[in-house]
Ligand binder design. Structure first.
Ligand SMILES: O=C(O)CCC(=O)C(=O)O
Length: 267
């Protein structure tokens, strides 16, 4: 990642493992799995160097820039201090925006989305040690409200993600059934959850146990959730969200979202 806005921090462009996806026809295999399961696992998506640059820049942003940003740039954990989420980094941080618009990333996203990709959001789920809160089962399109549902999230592990520190679990194939009924969740930062529990066979679940630099990519209708982090190890995830340029707002979904987000803080 090139941190162009911060001279002194610039390094050689680093090797991004995503390049190997294009070279090795992995792209077709990934697309097939993505269409089937609504979630794919891409080990070593980013190099160690990229991961450490993203981490450094997030730390710098939190310590130096965040206090000057609008209140909706972050959600804090219940202790009122630790960052639960950073939102709208695509607006607030030109380095991350530039990174997310790399041609090789967009090429992968274009294939998965069946159309021209538009960067929609860059955000974090920090899940700090001890106080990191859980995320209720939900479908992102209850927030995104797009039709057709050609929108996805690349979730990149910055910290190791273990069974214990709140990995994200996905239900494979759940993207094929549209957006299910929702209800306000009462969770700050994730205001909308599924109205009903979804019963699944254990083999339909994919749990994102990841090393730093590994990624998952999930469809916006794929049901997913994560548990609180009660361990001593933080579990920082860096997310980039893209939609197809051909998608539009789904008005019915939008009305439900607006109603839920007036009960809780948005997002
Ligand atoms: O990182 C998490 O715990 C939840 C992530 C999430 O909800 C998402 O990727 O849409």
């Amino acid at each position: 990642m090139q941190l162009l806005s911060y001279p002194g921090r610039i390094h050689q462009p680093s090797q991004i493992k995503i390049e190997s996806i294009r070279e090795t026809r992995m792209m077709d295999q990934l697309k097939k799995k993505y269409d089937e399961n609504g979630v794919i696992h891409v080990p070593e998506f980013l190099s160690a160097k990229d991961v450490s640059e993203i981490r450094e820049e997030l730390e710098r942003y939190i310590h130096e820039d965040l206090r000057g940003k609008p209140a909706d740039a972050a959600t804090r954990e219940a202790d009122g201090e630790q960052v639960r989420n950073l939102w709208r980094l695509e607006e607030h941080n030109p380095c991350f925006r530039k990174f997310a618009e790399r041609a090789d990333l967009l090429q992968l996203v274009r294939t998965l989305l069946n159309g021209e990709p538009v960067l929609a959001a860059i955000e974090t789920f920090n899940k700090p040690a001890k106080v990191g809160s859980g995320v209720p089962p939900h479908q992102d399109n209850a927030y995104f409200c797009r039709t057709p549902a050609d929108k996805l999230t690349i979730w990149i592990a910055i910290d190791p993600v273990t069974n214990e520190n709140g990995p994200v679990t996905y239900i494979k194939g759940s993207h094929l059934n549209g957006v299910l009924p929702t209800k306000p969740s009462g969770v700050k930062g994730n205001s909308i959850g599924l109205a009903e529990e979804v019963a699944t066979a254990p083999e339909a679940e994919f749990c994102g146990i990841l090393a730093p630099g590994d990624a998952t990519i999930h469809h916006c209708n794929t049901i997913h959730w994560s548990a609180p982090n009660t361990t001593d190890s933080p579990r920082l995830g860096f997310l980039m969200v893209y939609r197809g340029a051909h998608t539009e707002v789904d008005q019915a979904l939008r009305e439900t979202y607006v109603a839920a987000s007036t009960i809780n803080s948005p997002s």
